[in-house]
Design a protein around this ligand. Structure first.
Ligand code: SAM
Length: 177
């Protein structure tokens, strides 16, 4: 089973709180197992994500790290392929077949301008289209391509809440009620 970690660079408070939260929600829901973030430590952001994990289950964690290069080197030592999502990179469509032969990824996304060292430390700099958009949309598309849609079938054990999908209604199961 593929394993994907996320590294969010330079989280800024309050500017990035909403986008970093959406990034973590998307990362968790679309197949990633860990998210690291650098920049400013934000316990409010962490508690929001930990509440989501408690309620909806599954294996996911969010962790602040002082120096992002440390986690990149740790991932490299564990044979994770280092991916940097950037509109300046090589098109995802051109490299996806090669990536699908790999198992473990650490995916780097920026917030403010990304220092050039991350372009050189990464194994691949990959563009999700060559237009500026968002770390959330770029990550979501990357995860869907890597998991080939199977992330949408993922089970999240241990949660309190779950949804019964339906054509029209809204059916939420609360196992505590
Ligand atoms: N202003 C920053 C700069 O100029 O580097 C980037 C802001 S951008 C909204 C934040 C992040 O979104 C980028 O660091 C990149 O990870 C991701 N992103 C935005 N557009 C992308 C694209 N077309 N392909 C891949 N990643 C993209």
């Amino acid at each position: 089973m593929r394993d994907v970690w996320i590294l969010r660079l330079s989280h800024r408070v309050p500017r990035d709180q909403r986008v970093s939260t959406h990034l973590a929600l998307a990362a968790r829901a679309l197949g990633a197992t860990r998210m690291f973030y650098s920049g400013t430590r934000d316990t409010e952001f962490e508690s929001i994500i930990n509440m989501i994990i408690k309620n909806w289950g599954g294996k996911f964690s969010v962790k602040y790290i002082d120096d992002p290069v440390n986690i990149i080197n740790k991932a490299k030592s564990m044979n994770y392929v280092i991916i940097h999502l950037t509109m300046y990179g090589i098109p995802l469509n051109h490299i996806i077949d090669e990536l699908l032969r790999m198992e473990k990824f650490l995916v780097i996304v920026g917030s403010e301008k990304v220092p050039s060292k991350f372009f050189y430390i990464s194994d691949f700099n990959i563009a999700v289209g060559n237009q500026p958009h968002s770390e959330v949309s770029a990550l979501a598309i990357f995860l869907d391509r890597i998991f080939q849609g199977m992330e949408l079938e993922k089970i999240f054990p241990g949660g309190v809440l779950s949804v019964v999908n339906s054509k029209r209604g809204k059916y939420l199961i609360d196992s505590l009620k």
